[in-house]
Design a protein around this ligand. Structure first.
Ligand code: MUC
Ligand code: MG
Length: 371
């Protein structure tokens, strides 16, 4: 049996190219959490458990992920069969409650290493690859309308992105919607405009705001109200033509099924971390498909490893109507991969090599890692 000999968790703070203003926090850097898992045959698999804003977004922090993996996951892992990721994940689920981000990183690392050992791209463990390139949206979130328009023009001219997601929820509803309308006017007919409120509106705010956004030509609104308010989300989806997307509401297959049963969203943002790993994110996608819910490839602004892992899974999913937002590495000043991910012609090329098909540049990582 091939054993798991060691698991190493590295926390690194990589500056962002500009302040990234979200409803719950302003990011000046992204704290990436990377897992390196060594098998007894020498293959090293990598995974990522990056979150946003410490504890501002989810209930796992970068620091808690590291401690929990080193303290509680490691003893389960050393007893596992490295050639059986599904079996290892079952053992982890039996012995460890929650910790979805940490579990995602471990599952990714197991499949990365297995793929390297068997000479297969990670995507092959999740279904045939249907897409070699995935459309990637860009988030305009400088906090300034003029700067956002300038930035949008630049990435459009570079033929990198033509779907823009605007982060709102910090200002009052009318001002936020004016900001969005100004950007929508600037890009009319050239780029699509979506918004993400990150749960910051009340039901009343959402009714006022979505009416304004609909008039401005916005096509999709992500998590306008609290994730647990499925009834409120259903009412908004019924009242407005603008697509209502669930993000924070989704914490894996059980929540996905509940939202589907209660007609609580037009679309799901699929995230491998929030779902608790690649397999569970695939289950969320299947629940969406079975219930006529559109899908979108979401991100927690991961660096190259989590982004590549997401791309592998998304490449196996049919009909992702809303494309993806796998732009995390582009928001950071430094790509910590040997060979940067290939963004071009409005999309991300899904890596083709064995496992994740990427390698980390250890020198670069060492420059940013926490001691
Ligand atoms: C979120 O809530 O979707 C994705 C893009 C971005 O700028 O923030 C995230 C998280
Ligand atoms: Mg979101």
């Amino acid at each position: 049996m091939i054993r798991i000999e060691n698991v190493d968790v590295v926390v690194a703070d990589v500056p962002t190219i500009r302040p990234h203003v979200l409803a719950m926090t302003t990011m000046m850097a992204q704290t990436v959490v990377l897992v390196f898992l060594t098998r007894s045959d020498g293959f090293v698999g990598m995974g990522e458990a990056t979150t946003i804003g410490g504890l501002a977004y989810g209930e796992e922090s970068p620091e808690s992920i590291k401690v929990n993996i080193e303290t509680y996951f490691a003893p389960v892992l050393v007893a596992g069969d490295a050639d059986d990721p599904a079996g290892v994940m079952k053992s982890l689920d039996r012995q460890i409650v929650g910790n979805r981000f940490a579990k995602c990183a471990i599952e990714t690392a197991l499949y990365d290493a297995l793929g390297q050992a068997q000479g297969k791209p990670l995507s092959e463990y999740f279904g045939p690859r249907l897409h070699d390139q995935l459309p990637v949206a860009w988030t305009l979130a400088s906090g300034d309308t003029g700067q956002d328009i300038e930035e949008g023009e630049a990435v459009l001219a570079a033929r990198r992105h033509r779907n823009f997601k605007l982060k709102i929820g910090t200002r009052d509803v009318a001002r936020d919607c004016e900001h969005v309308a100004a950007i929508a006017r600037a890009f009319e007919g050239r780029a699509s405009i979506r918004v993400d409120v990150n749960q910051h509106w009340s039901r009343g705010d959402a009714v006022r705001g979505l009416a304004l956004l609909q008039d401005a030509g916005v096509e999709m609104a992500e998590q306008p109200i609290a994730g647990q308010d499925i009834g409120g989300m259903r009412a908004l989806a019924e009242q407005f033509d603008i697509a209502i997307m669930a993000d924070e509401a989704l914490t894996g297959p059980d929540s996905a099924q509940r939202i589907a049963d209660e007609n609580g969203a037009d679309a799901f943002s699929l995230k491998i971390t929030q779902s608790g790993g690649l397999t569970k994110a695939g289950e969320v996608a299947r629940i969406a498909a079975a219930n006529g819910i559109d899908t979108y490839g979401g991100t927690m602004l991961e660096g190259g490893i989590g982004t590549a892992a997401s791309a592998h899974l998304f490449s196996t999913l049919p009909g992702m109507k809303w494309g993806t937002e796998l732009f995390g590495p582009l928001l950071m000043t430094e790509e910590i991969l040997e060979q940067p991910l290939d963004y071009g012609e409005f999309g991300l090329a899904v890596p083709t090599g064995p496992g994740l098909g990427i390698r980390v540049n250890r020198d670069k990582l060492n420059r940013f890692r926490r001691r």
